[in-house]
Design a protein around this ligand. Structure first.
Ligand SMILES: Cc1ncc(COP(=O)(O)O)c(C=O)c1O
Length: 410
């Protein structure tokens, strides 16, 4: 056992747990990148083809994006220098918020340093009790949050202080019958139904229109976490067009700039008064800082480019369709709904640990999702394919996958 630096800390059990996890191989060595995240990364001097990134189109490498980033940094600095409520925001933030509101068809949008902070802020704001002067204020401590059981960790974290079963309710994943039966028992309550459009781990697409129909029938506010689908779908594209048309009916939308846009940050979009109130009530606009101004400027540039030319994303999605066909031909079990999130079932954790290591030994860094991101014993390789990976690199990965599948029988 590793000796603890502070004996008092022994009672927390970190060292005992880590000793066990190191022994079982589950405490993996985390990648330490020598340079920039790209289709090939260097980790401690060794080159690996990188399937683990989430910035699918690799916008951070685009020379124009870099130029905009540098010019915005020169004009607005690297940071605003304080939280939104005290120090304010820069012009690039305001441009970004106007653009997100326009793209999502909402009255207003509010940016946050990350999508996770947008989710935390949303739940805080919708359940806050606050008044400036004791005369008028809001008291929404009676809010009932009804979440799809597969909602992202950040939503469950945000809801931690809710009482499960009383004002925090869970419905079965993408299951409108389950949602209906929960809503039937909540008549007269102040309800927020939260779900994702595209689910990160299993790659499924929510029955968006049906869930929103139920919200309307039961007088519930709807909140859709679209961290994964923002700018991938919608924008005139043919894939999941009906779902993304329906999404415009959701009361609130959360987006992340980490995936389709490939940079970082997040935003909430929705009715103007609510979002103005969120500037005070979310907490995550008050007690922390926002996106860096040059990143906000770069996001604006990427969003405008993607809107102008939807074929950029459409071509990427064609490539994903071809990847899915090849995975099925190899015999892999993948998520049935053809979103751009490709989830390859590996199964038990011990196999997943070995498969991940064998991929590394052969020169591939793959994202292996285990518990708690997925249920125990259902580990998956969760691919958000980086479009900068070449066809040859992809061939090599698929050959290795076929070989390891035979060896480990997944
Ligand atoms: C569904 C979902 N919500 C929220 C987040 C958090 O977004 P961000 O990475 O911008 O904090 C993620 C990120 O993976 C996500 O997949």
């Amino acid at each position: 056992m590793t000796p603890s630096a502070a004996p008092a800390l022994d009672r927390w059990g970190f060292s005992t747990w880590l000793d066990h996890a190191r022994g079982s191989g589950e405490f993996i060595k985390l990648p330490e990148l020598d340079g920039v995240n790209d289709a090939v990364v260097s980790i401690e001097g060794r080159k690996l083809v990188n399937f683990s990134g989430i910035g699918i189109l690799g916008w951070q490498h685009d020379p124009e994006v870099r130029k905009v980033f540098a010019a915005t940094a020169a004009e607005y600095g690297l940071v605003v220098g304080g939280s939104r409520i005290i120090q304010g925001v820069s012009r690039p933030h305001l441009e970004l918020e106007a653009l997100v509101a326009e793209i999502t068809g909402r009255e207003k949008a509010l940016t946050f340093a990350t999508g996770m902070l947008a989710n935390l802020g949303f739940v805080n704001a919708m359940s806050a009790r606050f008044s400036f002067d004791n005369n008028a204020g809001v008291n929404n401590t009676d809010t009932v949050l009804v979440l799809d059981r597969e909602c992202h960790w950040s939503m469950w974290k945000a809801a931690e202080r809710f009482k499960f079963g009383r004002n925090l309710i869970m419905f079965d994943h993408n299951d409108t019958a389950s949602l209906r039966s929960e809503l039937e028992q909540l008549a007269g309550r102040k309800i927020v139904v939260g779900f994702e459009a595209v689910y990160s781990a299993d790659g499924s697409m929510a029955p968006v229109a049906e869930i929103l129909d139920l919200c309307e029938e039961f007088g519930a506010v709807s909140f859709v976490d679209d961290a994964n689908g923002f700018m991938v779908y919608g924008n005139g594209g043919r894939r999941f067009a009906a779902e993304y048309e329906a999404l415009r009916r959701a009361t609130f939308l959360m987006v992340s700039f980490g995936k389709g846009v490939g940079l970082s940050g997040g935003a909430l979009a929705g009715p103007a008064d609510a979002l103005d109130a969120f500037r005070f009530l979310s907490g995550t606009t008050v007690f922390t800082t926002n996106i860096q101004p040059p990143t906000a400027g770069a996001i604006v540039h990427v969003l405008r480019t993607m809107r102008r030319d939807p074929s950029i994303m459409a071509n990427y999605l064609d490539r994903i369709d071809r990847l899915r066909e090849r995975l099925l031909r190899i015999g892999c079990t993948i998520n049935p709904t053809p979103t751009y999130v490709t989830s390859i079932l590996v199964g038990p954790n011990d196999i997943a640990v070995n498969v991940r290591q064998e991929f590394i030994d052969r020169g591939y860094l793959v994202p292996m999702f285990g518990y708690p991101a997925v249920p125990k014993g259902r580990a998956v390789i969760r691919l958000l394919l980086n479009n900068r990976i070449t066809d040859e690199q992809l061939d090599g990965f698929l050959d290795t996958l076929a070989e390891l599948r035979e060896k480990y029988r997944f």
